[in-house]
Design a protein around this ligand. Sequence first.
Ligand code: GH3
Ligand code: MG
Ligand code: MG
Ligand code: MG
Ligand code: MG
Length: 300
Amino acid sequence: MNVLLVEDSRAIRHLVTAYVEEVGHRVMSAETGEIAMELFDQNQIDLVLMDIELPGIDGFEVTRRMRARLSNDWLPIVFLSSNSSDQHFVEGIKAGGDAYLAKPVNGPVLQSMVQAMGRIAAIQEQLQTVNQELSRLAHVDSLTELNNRRGFVLHYGREWGRSSREAQPLSIIMIDIDSFKTYNDNYGHLAGDDCLRLVAKILMSNLLRPVDMVARYGGEEFVVLLPNTSLDGAKLVAERLRAAVESENLKHEFSPVAKHVTISAGCAEKVAGQAPNLLIDVADKNLYKAKENGRNQVFA
Ligand code: GH3
Ligand code: MG
Ligand code: MG
Ligand code: MG
Ligand code: MG
């Protein structure tokens, strides 16, 4: 672990550093709370050993500031103080500390405390990894590896807010594979899955800006989110995607549209004061018009 020791007494710094290093951890030390905050901001710290009485801001205040910086993250903070009153213990925990050791520091006790805090920190880290994976699973479609509808809604909300704040346009494209039911009926569901994966790849690789996003909105429906893009721009992108899918020439001899897989697309641009769901509605209606007009086309 990287241990940050906040202690103004040089003698205690040396003693504590020796104890902690003896059990295999690295120690960085700060004589004041101000220096501690700097080290805290610049380094990945796993455990803090905190004196309370310090020349500038005291250990309680340093703890509060560290906790504020961490927000959802956590790391153990242990107070070391010669004033081992109950009141100090209570205040230390209230400030965001996790444990309290009285000075003079006993070597084996300090080392055991570091060990115990290390165990809790390891569990916390595992939880974080699990949370990240759960969040990924919740937002990514396992078939295509694109964002799923939930992932889209998350990005959409962010981009909607940004476009309102920055008074920038925002457009979306709803895309649906043409005659996909007959594809499944004739080639089988597994081939249908392969086709979905391929179309997803084509859509993804034909979006040129990193801010553009394509998600799998539903079964064989995709949605493209285009920040800072007007309706004209969206039409160009939609036409490029349509042409890209068509030119891939994925065989679909049962399609009434063409002898290969095609997509239809509906575009819409955000209007000031509009509700986010309404923009999706407009794009959906335009997609329906593209279908009505014969499929394998873009409607805006
Ligand atoms: P249209 O041109 O009007 O869009 O006709 P369509 O046949 O594509 O439309 P419809 O909505 O009737 O059929 C969609 C099909 O997409 C039906 C469903 O079996 C298929 N589908 C949806 N999700 C998946 C999937 O995950 N895998 C496979 N293989 N097929 C899927
Ligand atoms: Mg002190
Ligand atoms: Mg349909
Ligand atoms: Mg379809
Ligand atoms: Mg559909």
